[in-house]
Design a protein around this ligand. Structure first.
Ligand code: NCD
Length: 306
């Protein structure tokens, strides 16, 4: 077994061996989730708190269910109705949580690096559930697992990540993870949504989706993060749909066995059409389902006994 650290903060600092170790564990947890009684006592007596400073449906719920299915006690702090709304800073919030004998805190924050800072102040395990436009490491694990489950290998696969790469923490973590496992990654976006120097991550950069779409084994669609964008990054929504939106017609240009993925939440009718999102090529609901098992594997790795 690979040595476990206290925290899980990013894919950049997670070795290929540790990623593979975690992915290897996932079927054990998927089997537990397929039972009529989806619960094992692995983390009985442990306490996990989710602390989300940004909205979330699937990630927060997925961590909560993962903890509960391992028999941990899980509490969710609704930041908007907590002492944070009275001006308490992250350091004090972390110390307050720690003083109640909590074992792990799962943090989502709009500031890149917030979970890393929190990890320095506490002996609790800190898990990054998304920090600004930096990383979303558990999303990468569940995406890697879903690709492996469907395609059997990641090495040598051609993966296209299309859309708002500039604002996407999912893209950053996925690129790092996919490269560690040997995929051939192409980032596809208008120049204004493509960060500079992407080539240093070992990926190809492309602005013309139609040029590469028929080569891809996986088409990973990103949400247009309109809430993080300043105005004017592309001429109009209809122009974006026309050049980068994935609809039935564009799906027809893909390989027959292409895998369509999206981290959610989706802007249906914008970056992806209803038909493409629910097509037989889509693994979007599997991504969500796998998220629980992947997070169970991670929580047990960090908090469980040997
Ligand atoms: C993503 C996130 O919050 O980073 N969603 C998720 O966790 N499944 C992607 C997004 O918001 O577009």
């Amino acid at each position: 077994m690979t040595p476990r650290g206290k925290d899980f903060l990013n894919i950049a600092d997670t070795s290929k061996e540790e990623i593979e170790f975690l992915l290897d564990q996932v079927p054990v947890y998927k089997e537990i989730l397929s039972r009529p009684i989806k619960k094992v006592p692995a983390l009985r007596g442990k306490t996990i708190v989710t602390l989300f400073y940004e909205p979330s449906t699937r990630t927060r719920m997925s961590f909560e269910l993962a903890g509960k299915r391992l028999n941990a006690d899980v509490s969710n702090i609704a930041v908007s109705t907590s002492a944070v709304a009275k001006g308490e800073n992250l350091k004090d919030t972390i110390r307050t949580i720690e003083s109640m004998e909590v074992d792990a805190v799962v943090i989502r924050h709009s500031q890149a690096g917030a979970p890393h800072m929190a990890a320095k102040y506490t002996k609790m395990s800190v898990i990054n559930a998304g920090d600004g436009a930096h990383e979303h490491p558990t999303q990468a694990l569940l995406d890697l697992y879903t690709i492996l489950e469907k395609k059997k290998t990641i090495k040598g696969l051609k993966i296209g990540i299309v859309g708002d790469i500039a604002h996407s923490r999912v893209a950053k973590s996925d690129i790092l993870g996919l490269k560690k496992l040997g995929a051939d990654v192409t980032c596809i976006a208008p120049p204004t949504l493509m960060p500079p120097f992407m080539e240093k991550f070992g990926v190809s950069v492309e602005h013309n989706l139609n040029k590469v779409i028929s080569d891809l084994d996986v088409l990973y669609i990103l949400r247009l993060q309109l809430e993080r964008q300043s105005k004017g990054l592309f001429p109009s929504i209809s122009e974006y749909i026309n050049l980068y939106g994935i609809d039935k017609k564009r799906l027809g240009l893909c390989k027959k066995d292409v895998l369509i993925m999206h981290p959610g939440p989706m802007n249906i009718g914008l970056e992806v059409s209803e038909e493409a999102a629910t097509s037989l090529s889509s693994a979007i609901t599997e991504q969500v389902a796998n998220g629980v098992a992947v997070r169970m594997a991670l929580l047990n790795h960090l908090l469980g006994g040997n």
